[in-house]
Design a protein around this ligand. Structure first.
Ligand SMILES: Cc1cc2nc3c(=O)[nH]c(=O)nc-3n(C[C@H](O)[C@H](O)[C@H](O)COP(=O)(O)O)c2cc1C
Length: 227
């Protein structure tokens, strides 16, 4: 049995925290193969061109810490998935949705991750990019020096707008959505429930369309329903 099979996605969502400080140990061939197989499967489903870079030190070699003062403190950050596609809102949201699949799978495999939208250097020569393709964001992956820690969070009442009584599955979805990573922990999303359907939308904010895709996947995991 693979190591990740015994942790379900909800448990992985609970245990996941951003990690920027990694141990100086390689991912290993079988882990790389497993990640690549999963990435390929997701690319086939989504039309994205996500690609894993292994032992690539340039992206996090000289981060401009002055742009985001509390960001940019990375150690042994050399493995990452580049989320690649044409840059428009639909594709960016998809990067969030499918990228978070990789994040939670990595957590199940005993790895740690960190979404990175800004504090890295793009190294396009590492990847195969079509004419209109862009690196939209990256996800750092490795063996964390620590497991990270839970972020400060808004409450369900802060993010849920319901025109009627809230059912159990909506509540569970919203709780899992609040566990999702969001850029600068902004949690700028609104979950709307009309008694039948749920719609989630992004409020204006830095990377909030990427966040939206991530949050939608978390809602699906918590609620057990596809949006
Ligand atoms: C779309 C997105 C972009 C992010 N960009 C960065 C970044 O450029 N640098 C960084 O250090 N962390 C970045 N983060 C990580 C967030 O700061 C982190 O997810 C948030 O503070 C919540 O903490 P948690 O992931 O531990 O739950 C990003 C997260 C997301 C979802």
């Amino acid at each position: 049995m693979n190591g990740w099979c015994d942790m379900d996605l909800l448990e992985a969502a609970r245990q996941r925290h951003s990690v920027r400080d990694y141990k100086d140990i390689p991912l290993g061939d079988s882990v790389v193969a497993e990640l690549n197989a999963y990435i390929e499967e997701l690319n086939a489903q989504s039309g994205l061109k996500m690609q894993l870079a292994v032992n690539e030190p340039k992206a996090f070699g000289s981060v401009k810490a002055h742009i985001m003062p509390h960001y940019g403190r990375f150690r042994n950050a050399v493995n990452y998935v580049a989320l690649i596609g044409e840059k428009n809102d639909a594709v960016v949201e998809k990067c969030g949705y499918y990228g978070e699949h990789i994040v939670l799978r990595a957590q199940q495999m005993g790895l740690n991750t960190c979404w990175i939208g800004g504090s890295y250097k793009k190294v396009p020569s590492e990847f195969s990019l079509g004419k209109n393709d862009r690196i939209i964001a990256v996800i750092l992956i490795g063996y964390g020096a620590t497991p990270g820690r839970a972020h400060r969070s808004k409450s369900v009442a802060d993010v849920l707008r319901a025109s009627c009584e809230v059912t159990e599955w909506v509540m569970r979805g919203a709780e899992c959505a609040l566990l999702a990573p969001t850029a600068i922990n902004q949690q700028r999303f609104i979950i709307e429930y009309d008694g039948e359907n749920v719609a989630i939308r992004a409020r204006r904010g830095l990377f909030s369309t990427l966040d939206l895709g991530i949050v939608k996947y978390h809602f699906e995991i918590g609620s057990g329903r596809k949006l």
